[in-house]
Structure formats: structure tokens, C-alpha cells
Design a protein around this ligand. Structure first.
Ligand SMILES: C[S@@+](CC[C@H](N)C(=O)[O-])C[C@H]1O[C@@H](n2cnc3c(N)ncnc32)[C@H](O)[C@@H]1O
Length: 301
């Protein structure tokens, strides 16, 4: 059977992906080759030649990527913090920028023993599982509404068993429903959320338009349609001293913090940039009712 150069195949795949408008064609061409060879990208140099049957399979994968099928769907998994998530049709692909929120959250509960953590809008379970993997002593509750996303989250949670048999508790339902988590009132040390927040009608990449579920991406005319009621629910879940971290659109660097500042029970509202330096998530701390002077016209909780 004839053998051909892997390097030449990757160069040709890179050109194919570049002409299809794929944002990082070289990385994706190499990742697909590594996936098909079952090695990491850094070890591709160990395989100078490939069989023609392998090449046919590789070209088929590259053609699907050129149709803008997300790389993560073709590979089937995505690393996120200390977790690896299975992803595919019906679930939002976790983004690297959300890892900044996870890093902040882990730091915030660093000296809390056996913290209670609630992850709202969990999708694949990414944030919940990254926190659980890093903090096996935590009780982590993950909430999601979409049935398809719930199936992926269940699957990912099933694959992850932390030290001492810990697992993430998954609940199906709408995070804006005040009654859904009533048993966790004032119980959480940390609430995290990466809700849908892109303003309706914003142009998005073909991978997002075609493969991320719309209910995972778009958050109403100003993008804050889920974030607004979610803040109320989150504030009620936090114990005094507990912290909240909510990811948002880079156009909401002022509007999202303003929503938190409008809550009398939240203080220390801080806006944080992502790895690319864009406004990405906002954090706050729960105080006892009445310990903070309300600004004129603000809400109660
Ligand atoms: C941007 S995705 C984030 C998923 C995951 N947290 C991550 O970072 O990869 C938002 C998720 O929120 C879910 N969602 C949207 N509105 C919701 C609601 N009202 N209640 C519960 N989940 C909701 C969507 O189905 C989607 O899975």
C-alpha cells in the first residue's frame, strides 16, 4: 500500500480550510490529523508517512470542517479546565474564555471547606465539572433547561467521578423560575453562570449559527433577557459572604455590572476581562439585607 507525507497532507488541508474561511486553518488541520492518528498535536512529527486509506479519511474530515462543522463536533470532545467534555449536536461548545471565570471562581472559594456551588445554565456541564474536578470536596449543583443539553450534561457528569465518588447533581428546569431551587435558598458559597447573552440579530460565525443551539447563544433584544431574572435567583441562592460570577457579552461591560449594583444584597461588583482582554464576566458578593445603603430607585433583591 502506498504511503504519503503527513506534512504535505496537513499543508494541503490548511489551504482548503483557509479558502473556506476557517479562522485558524493550520491549527484545525493539525488537530484533525492528530485526532485521527490518536496522538497529541505536538507528536505529529513522529508520523512522517501515512497510508492512503488514512489520507482518504483525513480529507473527508477536512471537507466537513471546510463546511464549517465545528472542530469540536468532529473530534467529539473539548478540554475545559481540568475536565474533558463530550460535545455534539444540541449542546453549546464550551469556550476557552469561560475558563477565566472558572479560575476566578476557584480562587474565590479557595479557603471555603466543602463549598456549595450552583452552576446555572450548565449546558454540557462545563463549569460545574471543571469546578468539581478541581474541588472534589464541593457539592456542585448544575441547572439546565434544554432537553438536548441535559442529555449531554448527564453523559459528561456520568463519565466524571471525583475523588471519594463525588459527582455533580443535575437539575432540569428554567433558571429564572424562583421556585426551582427553593431548597438551596441562602445555601450557596458560589453561583456561576454562563447564560445566553448575545443580543438577538448579532451576526455570528457559521459554526455558531449552524451548530450552537440558538437558546444557548441569544438573550433577547439587548442580550440581557436571561441575565436579568437570573441575577435575582442567584442573589437568593447565595449565603452571606457567598459570591456570584456571571459571564456576559463584550458589549455588556457596563450594563451587566449595573444590573448587579442595582441589587441591595450584592456588593463588591467587579468587572473582569477574558484572556483576550475584552469585558467578559462580572462578580459580586452577597451581604446581609440592610448592610449596604441602596442607591436611589434600586431593587430589593
Ligand atoms: C452559553 S450556554 C453555556 C453552557 C455552559 N455553561 C458553558 O459555559 O459551556 C447557555 C446555556 O443556558 C441554557 N439556558 C438558556 N436559557 C435557560 C434558562 N432560562 N434556564 C436554564 N437554562 C437555560 C441553554 O440551553 C444553554 O445550554
Amino acid at each position: 500500500m502506498s504511503r504519503e507525507s503527513l506534512r504535505a497532507a496537513i499543508i494541503s488541508a490548511t489551504a482548503t480550510l483557509a479558502s473556506a474561511g476557517v479562522p485558524s486553518p493550520g491549527v484545525d488541520a493539525a488537530e484533525l490529523a492528530a485526532h485521527l492518528l490518536g496522538v497529541s498535536r505536538t507528536r505529529l512529527g513522529m508520523t512522517p508517512l501515512v497510508e492512503s486509506s488514512w489520507l482518504a479519511e483525513y480529507r473527508a474530515l477536512v471537507a466537513r470542517r471546510a463546511e464549517r462543522v465545528p472542530l469540536q463536533h468532529l473530534i467529539g470532545t473539548v478540554p475545559f479546565g481540568r475536565a474533558v467534555l463530550e460535545v455534539g449536536p444540541g449542546v453549546f461548545i464550551p469556550r476557552p474564555e469561560t475558563e477565566s471565570l472558572v479560575a476566578w471562581a476557584l480562587d474565590a472559594i479557595d479557603d471555603v471547606r466543602q463549598p456549595v456551588v450552583v452552576d446555572l445554565c450548565t449546558g454540557s456541564g462545563a463549569i460545574a465539572l471543571a469546578i468539581s474536578a478541581a474541588r472534589p470536596d464541593a457539592r456542585v449543583i448544575a441547572v439546565e433547561r434544554a432537553p438536548a443539553a441535559l442529555r449531554w450534561a448527564r453523559r459528561n457528569i456520568g463519565r466524571h467521578v471525583g475523588a471519594g465518588g463525588t459527582t455533580v447533581e443535575l437539575r432540569g428546569g428554567d433558571v429564572t423560575d424562583q421556585r426551582l431551587l427553593a431548597d438551596l435558598d441562602a445555601a450557596a458559597d458560589l453561583v456561576t453562570a454562563n447564560p445566553p447573552y448575545v443580543p438577538d440579530g448579532t451576526p455570528v460565525e457559521p459554526e455558531v449559527a449552524g451548530f450552537d443551539p440558538p437558546e444557548a447563544v441569544f438573550g433577547g433584544p439587548d442580550g440581557l433577557g436571561v441575565i436579568r431574572p437570573l441575577i435575582s435567583v442567584a442573589a437568593g441562592l447565595l449565603k452571606v459572604g457567598g459570591v456570584l460570577a456571571v459571564e456576559h457579552d463584550d458589549t455588556q461591560g457596563e450594563s451587566a455590572p449595573d444590573l448587579l449594583r442595582a441589587r441591595r444584597v450584592l456588593t463588591d461588583v467587579v468587572e473582569h476581562p477574558d484572556l483576550a482582554g475584552r469585558p467578559r464576566f462580572v462578580t459580586a458578593t452577597r451581604v446581609r439585607m440592610g448592610t449596604q445603603a441602596p442607591a436611589a430607585g434600586t431593587l430589593d433583591q
